[in-house]
Design a protein around this ligand. Structure first.
Ligand code: GAP
Length: 536
């Protein structure tokens, strides 16, 4: 699938717009248009319903060690600054970046790639920010400019064997920055914290300094005790939260894939340490199935278990659910969701203080004065089982998904080009967004074939009937019916209802199925329930 076509459809049909576009846009920020907002809302509602409100806590789901409870939370975006010190984000949530003294641009160190190039005894490492597999055009143009050659002399350039990431190159003085004209303009790599700082109230300096949350997870950990005390939940149980998170990504890219403001859908699942491995397996498989049930093709989806050397110091296992996004080179996948076994790291940190790994164990990190570097709350966040009377710090399994990445994956998956007959029965090419009916922004469109003979009145009645049942419906009486079908195909509307001449004689209308193009006649009185059944 051609990503440019999807990006242009998203703008043309109102799925996604660049934020603040009339002022030139803001890199890494995106607005959802009238169709996009419904699509993303449907994805979040499907997640909330399937994980929280629709969860049956009386039965053991397939693959789960036992039945469990799920509850929700909605925490603030700005939290006590100590939360981020104790969680490790204050010290460790960093990317390395390099600045270019010439172009004044900033790049993520690990994303700059390049290739050695020689001409006439002169040698340079020509860099680019293009994705792996797409670098050649840019590096060739940069090399020709740098060596002052015309394109017909391109074969005089001697290229190194392979592209290398910048961190593998020690001679920074020989590096030509991605947007530079002279060598050696990139600075040494520096750490850059990805949290957005802000100020609370009128307090200047460190006292009023706070951060926009970089993940929703910490709000759940710091409320663990509140939830236990205010409900009757018993371990094992999960707390879910969805909401905005903010990361000052150095190089936001690939449409909404890496944004600076995005939404997460996170679960922290608290269980007994002895059964945590089983719960980890359960959540990996459960979350993978959720995506395929909603229509992501298993050919483009993979569950990738991290190698031991990829794991964070506290993690006892992490798996990523990844999707073969069309903007990635063939065979590469991008993360949609991570499922992590976090042990007791988070609850213990918020009790004792920021933890570090020492000799394979977690210990409170000490400052130069021998005191904890970042103090915990000092509150007891352990759990006492009221049946066994056992007291323990629960282990945590965290399925952490991105609502915007999910929406992007479903947009990519849905985009289809095929053919459908026009009103004269002639096959015409069409673009159709094949969303799962649960996700489709508009569930049904209603058309009177012509704007006379009482057809609009019947169509409007059907439209109101759909709305009364809470279904997002669309009424359209403008233009040729074939054009109206095509507009709905691009919006991904699964059903189009047409009121025609026959309606006046036998009180039936046609329902057209977006994917099979099949048209069936249904009684006007039954059309709303028929749509409801099909959506089910
Ligand atoms: N609490 C764990 C956590 O936040 P993460 O892997 O950093 O883990 C979880 O983020 C999910 O959030 C990712 O799988 C991705 O879907 C989404 N996400 C993270 N950074 C993002 C960004 N810059 N833009 C869009 N989505 C992002």
């Amino acid at each position: 699938m051609d990503m440019d076509k999807l990006v242009s459809l998203c703008k043309r049909r109102g799925f996604l717009f660049q934020s603040s576009e009339i002022y030139g846009g803001l890199n890494g920020f995106w607005d959802y248009g009238p169709l996009g907002v419904e699509l993303k809302r449907n994805l979040k509602e499907a997640w909330w319903r399937d994980m929280v409100t629709g969860h049956d806590e009386l039965s053991t789901p397939p693959g789960a060690p036992q039945a469990y409870e799920m509850v929700g939370l909605d925490c603030t975006i700005i939290m006590h600054p100590q939360v981020w010190k104790v969680s490790g984000h204050y010290d460790l949530f960093c990317d390395y970046m390099v600045d270019c003294r010439e172009s004044k641009k900033r790049y993520r160190y690990d994303q700059v790639r390049g290739r050695w190039c020689e001409h006439d005894g002169k040698r340079a490492f020509i860099t680019t920010m293009a994705e792996a597999g797409h670098e050649d055009e840019e590096t060739l143009a940069a090399a020709l400019k740098f060596f002052n050659l015309r394109s017909k002399k391109a074969d005089e350039l001697k290229w190194g064997e392979a592209y290398l990431p910048l961190p593998q190159v020690t001679e920074l003085s020989q590096v030509l920055g991605p947007d530079a004209k002279t060598l050696g303009t990139l600075t040494e790599p520096r750490e850059f914290n990805l949290m957005f700082p802000t100020t609370i109230g009128a307090l200047a300096g460190e006292e009023g300094k706070a951060f926009l949350r970089p993940e929703t997870a910490q709000g759940i950990f710091v409320n663990f005790k509140n939830v236990c005390d205010s409900t009757r939940v018993r371990v094992p149980f999960g707390i879910a939260q969805m909401g905005k998170s903010f990361r000052n990504e150095i190089t936001p890219r690939n449409f909404t894939f890496r944004s600076r403001e995005f939404e997460q859908m996170e679960i922290e699942f608290f269980c007994h340490p002895d059964s945590s491995r089983e719960w980890y397996q359960y959540w990996r498989d459960r979350r993978m199935k959720w995506y395929t049930d909603l229509g992501l093709s298993s050919d483009r989806l993979q569950l990738r278990e991290h190698h031991a050397d990829e794991l964070s110091h506290y993690s006892r296992g992490t798996a990523d659910i990844e999707y073969a996004f069309p903007f990635l080179p063939p065979g590469e996948f991008g993360e949609l969701e991570g499922i992590a076994h976090r042990g007791d790291f988070d609850l213990r940190s918020h009790m004792e203080g920021k933890l570090v790994a020492k000799d394979g164990k977690l210990e409170v990190e000490l400052g130069a004065d021998g005191k904890p570097r970042h103090r915990g709350s000092g509150k007891d966040l352990s759990y006492r089982d009221d049946v066994t009377n056992e007291k323990f710090v629960p282990h945590v399994i965290e399925p952490s998904a991105g609502a915007d990445r999910g929406t992007l994956a479903f947009l990519c998956e849905a985009y289809t080009e095929d053919e459908a007959p026009d009103e004269n029965g002639k096959m015409q090419s069409r673009v159709v967004m094949k969303f799962h009916p649960r996700l489709a922004p508009i569930k049904a469109a209603v058309f009177p074939l012509v704007k006379k003979d009482g057809l609009p009145e019947v169509a409007q009645e059907i439209y109101r009937g759909l709305k009364q049942q809470g279904l997002v419906a669309f009424y359209d009486e403008k233009g040729a019916v074939g054009r109206r079908y095509r507009r709905q195909d691009e919006a991904g509307t699964p059903y189009c209802i047409t009121v025609d001449g026959q309606t006046l004689t036998d009180q039936t209308v046609t329902i057209r199925d977006r994917d099979t193009l099949e048209q069936t006649r249904v009684k006007v009185d039954d059309v709303v329930s028929e749509i409801q059944n099909r959506l089910r």
